[in-house]
Design a protein around this ligand. Structure first.
Ligand SMILES: [Zn+2]
Length: 276
């Protein structure tokens, strides 16, 4: 081959390389634009009123990216830590595995939570927060006592029987319908909040500990089970202290996409149905 041909071949290859790189860059840019747009749409639809719930779920599903889809397709809803307990999904004691784990000296939990909780507690301590457990596993009969106690407390506070029952129904789960029966839920505050004699009230989110839990619990496999703005879906008022174990991957997905466990389960079922 002559020198001239070699030089023009080299030039041609250089030009082709530049073109390829440009294409790759513009593709990258396009992908970014799309995902940002999707995020924005998601946020808007998530902020819509609860009356538009069913519409929101559909539009969220349509926006599910292929990465999301792959993740959702492999979620195993038969895993115990994804069990759904709410108004329409009562928990029966037959479903209860041995609640053999103990955290904070004497609080009974499902064994899977012990290490994640311990790690979370240490991470919080490193940030100057002393996490304290208020409640974990509760039997159905114990929940009956809690429920009755709440009603009589409300009556003592001046409410009529009906008002007291309605108020209790808003804040306390009906026996059999509390996540605490599963051993996967923790009511969690910090030492300062306990010292101040504050109860389990939404204002806890205004404290450093409340914010820390909100921001970090997913890293350890926990979700804020009753988030703000999702009351129409969970039927439970915002509870910044009530965390539920679902495993790290699921917790990150649920929190990152601002979902409730109800919405997550529905989404997984839909995606897996489409696949089959
Ligand atoms: Zn709770």
């Amino acid at each position: 081959m002559s020198k001239k041909i070699l030089v023009s071949l080299a030039l041609l290859m250089a030009v082709m390389l530049i073109i390829n790189r440009k294409e790759a860059m513009s593709q990258e840019h396009d992908n970014k634009t799309v995902s940002v747009k999707q995020e924005q749409t998601k946020e808007v639809s998530n902020n819509k009123g609860a009356s538009n719930q069913s519409i929101d779920t559909t539009s969220d599903n349509e926006q599910t990216t292929s990465t999301d889809k792959k993740f959702l397709e492999q979620v195993d809803l038969s895993r115990y830590d994804l069990i759904l307990v709410n108004d329409s999904h009562a928990f029966s004691d037959e479903q209860l595995p041995a609640v053999t784990g103990i955290i904070d000296s004497n609080y009974q939990v499902h064994a899977d939570l012990v290490t994640p909780y311990q790690k979370m507690k240490e991470a919080a301590a490193a940030d100057g927060i002393s996490l304290r457990v208020v409640s974990t596993y509760r039997s159905v009969s114990y929940q009956e006592q809690v429920y009755e106690q709440s009603i009589s407390d409300n009556i003592n506070a001046g409410m009529s029987q009906q008002e007291a029952e309605e108020e209790t129904a808003v804040y306390v789960a009906e026996p059999g319908k509390s996540e605490h029966h599963t051993g996967l839920a923790i009511d969690l505050v910090d030492q300062l909040w306990l010292d101040a004699g504050k109860g389990l009230v939404p204002e806890f989110i205004e404290t450093a500990a409340g914010k820390w839990i909100d921001e970090h619990c997913a890293e350890f496999g926990f979700i804020i089970r009753f988030p703000k703005g999702k009351e129409e879906i969970t039927n439970i008022n915002y509870e910044p202290w009530h965390i539920r174990y679902v495993g790290v991957e699921n917790a990150k997905y649920i929190t990152g996409n601002q979902l409730t466990l109800e919405e997550f389960v529905e989404l997984v079922e839909k995606i897996q149905k489409e696949k089959n």
